[in-house]
Design a protein around this ligand. Sequence first.
Ligand SMILES: [Fe+2]
Ligand SMILES: [Fe+2]
Length: 211
Amino acid sequence: MFQRLLLRYYRVVASVYLYNEYRGYTELERLLAAVKHKFPEEAAFIEAVEKHTEDERKHYRMFKHYFEANGINPLAVEWSSGYVDRFVKLIFRKKLDELDTGAIIENDKLFFKLCRLVMMTEFRGMKQIDGLLRSSLIRRNSELLRIFRIVERDEPSHCYPYQQWLQSRGSHEPGLRERLTDLWVHYSLILLKFPVLFLNPFQPRLERFPA
Ligand SMILES: [Fe+2]
Ligand SMILES: [Fe+2]
């Protein structure tokens, strides 16, 4: 019984990560294209966003491989279990797919907002990984542990370029509303969404990987 619950737990954690990494790198691909177009001379920043995009794509592939190697289907996770989806929805009042990155980058205020959002997502991701690596349940699963260690190693390089961008242009760090939104999204995922995915026996499975 415990073993079954444990496997379910791993499946939920890996499914939520699979979804979030996918949403992350596909959104970053759009951001990267917009940055290259608007700031072609900012080589260091472009390189940082490029590396960030590649890392998130790699994370997605690691989780995909985890499912394939173990012959299990991920759970179909909807946008309401996506950290970035919900963060964008609350901050920009738009669905992630409808976010017009090309238009945002044309407006300093909006672009700063987007940089803060990406930066906060990464800080949240670092805290999350820290907790998972200390979890005795995760430590029993050598494959997931290996994946999370790679994610942990990659994470710090992700948030700082956006933070530097903001600092070098005199923009402020995240404000109260943004910090509260981050907390709300995080805790509602952990306390509301995650238990539903874990407990719902009818949660649909993902029929095929998005990429
Ligand atoms: Fe990631
Ligand atoms: Fe990241």
